[in-house]
Design a protein around this ligand. Sequence first.
Ligand code: CP
Length: 309
Amino acid sequence: MSKLSVPHLLGIKPLTTEDIHLILNTTSQFKDVLNRPIKKVPSLRDVTIANLFFENSTRTKLSFELAEKRLGADVINFSASGSSVKKGETLIDTVNNILAMKVDMVVMRHASAGAANFLAKHVNSIIVNAGDGAHEHPTQALLDAYSIQEKLGTVEGKKILIVGDILHSRVALSNIFCLKKLGAEVAVCGPLNLIPRHITTLGVQVFLDFNKALAWCDVANMLRIQSERQHITYFPSLREYQMFYGLDAKRLQTLNKEIVIMHPGPINRGVEISSDLADGPHSIILNQVENGVAVRMAVLFLLATRHDA
Ligand code: CP
């Protein structure tokens, strides 16, 4: 059986295309498990995993916890609020104290870009990045790629559009790395001041006109405005943003084709996407969430068993 080329999941950038295919193929096996009446397997029965969330999360936190429990792992959960981080304890001290309790793997979300890489260098544990600042969100990109593959049969050759606040989005960066490695054509669209200046060096196309971008794409992945990472005002009002970059039924009707609509969540309904489209037949938003559990089972399983014979 194939093994991952990396000891941690810190981002999509360090993964090979073979790693990504291995994760997606393993995801299909775990998705079969999750569709059975008994949704649990004992694959990680002797493994203890700590979920460290230093930043807010609904989907990723619950999805990792469920994935770990479905694999039979022991799970402990940590959130920064109410912990001794508030008393000045460093990240390394916090994690080493948790690891002293015989923890085998750490899943971490942190507001600082590079926090997962930093941890992997300084503690003796398997590290899974659950989102680090505006850097990477690898399991989101993997579940997005899996969901596109499930819906369209393949990612290769598909035209994937990522719309919105590209500048502050870890989802955008991880998606670009993942989709390009899988052979997709990728474009971004949004206000010019929310598009990183050198983004074309990653092999992506830039659209400023949302209607032209929609006419080009097979899939539109709508991103939230990441206001928690914006320290200046990037556009005059949310209403103006919605007018130029919001996806609604009226805009979609001008296209003479169907597109797949995605969103990593959380959604700001009526801003980047209207409710009728978010809940409509072309949306795979809840499929993304469903697939997230199987993707995370695959990642945790492949990392935990990497040294097994
Ligand atoms: N998509 C995503 O990361 O959602 P959460 O912030 O709720 O985990």
